[in-house]
Every structure is written in structure tokens, then in C-alpha cells.
Design a protein around this ligand. Sequence first.
Ligand code: DAT
Length: 181
Amino acid sequence: MQENAPRSLPVIVITGTPGTGKTTHAQLLAAQSPVPLQHINVSELIKEKMLHDGFDEEWQSYIADEDKVIDELEPLVSAGGGLILDWHMCDAFPERWIDLVVVLQCNHTRLWDRLEARGYPLKKIQENNEAEIMNVVLEEAREAYAEDIIVTLNSEDATELESNVSRIVQWIEEWLKNQEP
Ligand code: DAT
């Protein structure tokens, strides 16, 4: 296993099936973190910086070019970290970049409602719903990262959102203490 690059602030992945609450958590965490963390919505970054191989009409989504995404993010990680990486494709990031992987999970009926409200086509709702039931993102995280940096959290409601973010804030405080010489 490669050693983590030295950095003064942590790099946290917030992942999960679309609709589980990644962006909602990342925004609140960026606001409540005891140290500045930059929230990067990777799907938005892909659109903005054209880090894709075109738009898939059938799935109504951009086809991410993972190499371009990594090249775009590498300088930020190398510059000292302090990032919240918000993306459903959690296994795309090199292991050495990452200090914590938060996998959000949500009851699939609730997830269905959230994706429907977002206006996703039925096929995309079904696929994401199935992925959530099958724990696809969690399995990908387990294949890509050491078990002890993965945390699975439920994201059903506002109370869980608050407690999840408090838990991550506590983790950041511990991480910072562990960096002290
Ligand atoms: P993602 O970034 O994983 O696609 P999101 O943060 O955009 O998900 O959330 C999708 C919708 O669900 C949005 O309307 C906010 C809502 N939501 C997500 N997690 C929630 C939670 N824990 N409590 C209440 N609403 C939540």
C-alpha cells in the first residue's frame, strides 16, 4: 500500500448512490468544519471543465473521463489537501489521496422519491434504486480503500444529516490532533 502524501488538512470523500445526500452533507460539513475544507462537487466539475467523453442521452448523464478528473484534482491534493470530494464514483480516486470515505445510505423507497423529484428518467431511477439495494457504492469503496477509513452513515432525514456531520467534524478534530508532532 502506498503511504499517504503529507498534507496539512484531510481529504474526505463523501459518496453514495445519487440522491443519498452527498451534496447536502458536503455543504453542511464545509460550513461546520473547524478548518477550511473546499467542497468539490465532482459531477459539476466534470460539466464545467469538460472532463468527459460526451453526454449519454440514454442515461441523461455525462460520461466521466476519470483520468482527466484525477489530473484536475491532483494539484489540489498535492497542495495540502483540505477537500471534500462529493462523487458517487468513489473508487476513481487514488488510495493515497484519501483520509476518510463516508458512504451515505438511504432507504430505497425514500431514494426513489428523491430521484423522482429530481426529474430523473424512470430507467435511471430504477438503476440507482437497484444499486442502492445491492450496496454497489459500498462494495466499490471496500474494494478501493482500507476498511478502517470507511464509514457508512444513514441519510434519511434532517436529524441524521446533523448527527452525521457532527460525527465527521469530530473525526476531523481527531485527525488534526494526530497530525501534531
Ligand atoms: P446527492 O448529492 O447524493 O445526489 P443530494 O444531497 O442532492 O444528494 O440530496 C438529494 C435530495 O434529498 C435533496 O433534495 C436533499 C434531500 N436529502 C438528502 N439527504 C437528506 C437528509 N439526510 N435529510 C433530508 N433531506 C435529505
